[in-house]
Design a protein around this ligand. Structure first.
Ligand SMILES: [Mn+2]
Length: 454
């Protein structure tokens, strides 16, 4: 047996709950209905579920969805034959009262704030086991606990589990708690290795400057001539590979990049991100963040099924996802260059810009905040859709430390104009009537100013 291989230590109560869910799965005959969130964490969680179920010799029917509102829950209840087992992942914890009334057997694997524990459903949420669901376990990483309880062979899904946690940005500043235990055990099992390396993507250094929006170098990213000049200045050429540089050259290169970012006014977070610990997944031949980025570009472009097929190991899907990811990045670079040329409109405490693609407003506001924009102001990316203004807000960490809370700002400014808003202190959103744009922005500027003064 595999007595000597490292594993994740579970508390007795978690182990009991996992066993309970595992028994239900093993005793089930027939189809398993898998419902999951459509973002990278949800896609990874769904795939862990599908592969776990398949290994048990069961058939599955998987659906990825953006929201799980009351209507959706009701629809799932009505359209799923009662002899099917239903597993919700990366969602479901907010709908326990409704799920408890299902005639079906239901398992929920989620890491969001739970409504309550429930009576009838089997509820797997880190929250009930002294694990911080925001930082220490994601939908997919927590799902792995169930998968390896069902069958130790499912350890080979650890890479997927980690890609999901990465998609929920739980790896920032290093994995912690349960996630760290998972990473350590997976490393001990030689499923992945950790490397602290300059955080560049792409085959060659030149590729990473031309094709990747992160890190974003003003005046260089996406521009062949300028990128070549930058490389020449460092004694490198178009074919130089990061892995070919000796330690001294690597250090010089990293410092030159850091200086460049500092000079353009990037945030400390962006500069700190230049060197990062990355997780190489042997089975995938990718870093966990790269796999997560592939899921993300599928999700952004509405190709959830493709993301799932990729997660399930379909090679054709992988090729297509890489193409999608390329388009996704091109779009971001084009828009960031546009924002370089035409910076956001300035108010006293905030800055704002319009974009065509609703799904990208947040990404652009986020990257602009890290790399390009005035770091003393909060940024609002907006898009117009059928008389409604969709707003994504981002603030540099320094502003949050100084008291800014964009979740509250978006909620209160949204309410002031008959819209809705909310979210986290550092990233939030709102939907307001387009005709109230001016008043909404004025209100935001005032609220953020008050937060800074408080
Ligand atoms: Mn999640």
């Amino acid at each position: 047996m595999s007595e000597d291989l490292p594993t994740i230590p579970f508390t007795a109560s978690l182990a009991r709950r996992l066993e309970e869910a595992s028994e239900v799965l093993k005793n089930h005959h027939g189809i398993v209905r898998i419902i999951s969130h459509y973002d990278p964490d949800g896609i990874s969680a769904a795939a862990v579920g599908c592969l776990m179920v398949k290994r048990l010799g069961l058939k599955f029917h998987c659906t990825l969805t953006k929201n799980l509102d009351d209507e959706k829950v009701q629809e799932i209840r009505e359209t799923t034959p009662e002899d099917q087992l239903i597993i919700f992942s990366d969602m479901g914890s907010a709908k326990v009262s409704m799920l408890d009334e299902f005639p079906h057997k239901v398992i929920v694997v989620d890491h969001h704030q739970p409504e309550k524990e429930g009576e009838k459903i089997i509820h797997l949420n880190p929250h009930f086991f002294n694990i911080d669901g925001a930082r220490e376990a994601s939908g997919s990483s927590f799902y792995l606990a169930l998968a390896i309880t069902v069958d130790e062979a499912n350890w080979n899904l650890a890479g997927l589990a980690l890609a999901g946690a990465c998609g929920d940005r739980q790896g920032l500043g290093g994995y912690k708690g349960y996630n760290e235990d998972l990473v350590q055990a997976a490393a001990g099992r030689e499923l992945l290795k950790m490397e602290t390396v300059p955080n560049l993507r792409g085959q060659t250094i030149f590729d990473s400057l031309i094709e990747w929006p992160e890190p974003y170098f003003m005046g260089i990213t996406g521009r062949k001539r300028e990128a070549s000049r930058f490389l020449r200045w460092m004694g490198l050429n178009k074919d130089s590979l990061l892995s070919d540089l000796d330690d001294e050259k690597k250090r010089f290169f990293t410092s030159a990049c850091a200086l460049r970012l500092l000079r353009q006014g990037a945030t400390p977070d962006a500069v700190g991100d230049l060197v990062a610990t990355r997780y190489w997944l042997y089975d995938w031949g990718l870093y966990a963040d790269e796999l997560s980025a592939l899921f993300n570009s599928c999700a952004r472009q509405g190709e959830h099924g493709l993301g799932l097929a990729l997660a399930l190991g379909n090679l054709e899907a992988r090729e297509k996802a890489i193409e999608h990811s390329k388009k996704h990045r091109e779009f971001i670079i084009t828009n960031l260059r546009e924002l370089e040329a035409n910076p956001p409109e300035q108010m006293k405490n905030i800055q704002h810009f319009m974009t065509q693609e609703t799904a990208y407003a947040g990404v652009l506001a986020g990257l602009g905040t890290l790399y390009l924009f005035d770091t003393s102001k909060a940024t609002f990316g907006m898009s117009d859709q059928d008389g409604k203004l969709n707003v994504s807000a981002r603030a540099p960490r320094g502003m949050v430390d100084a008291g800014v809370n964009l979740g509250i700002a978006c909620r209160d400014a949204g309410n002031a104009v008959d819209g809705t808003g909310g979210g986290h202190d550092i990233a939030s959103g709102a939907t307001v009537p387009s005709k109230s744009k001016k008043k909404f922005l004025k209100e935001l500027d005032k609220i953020v100013g008050e937060q800074l003064a408080a």
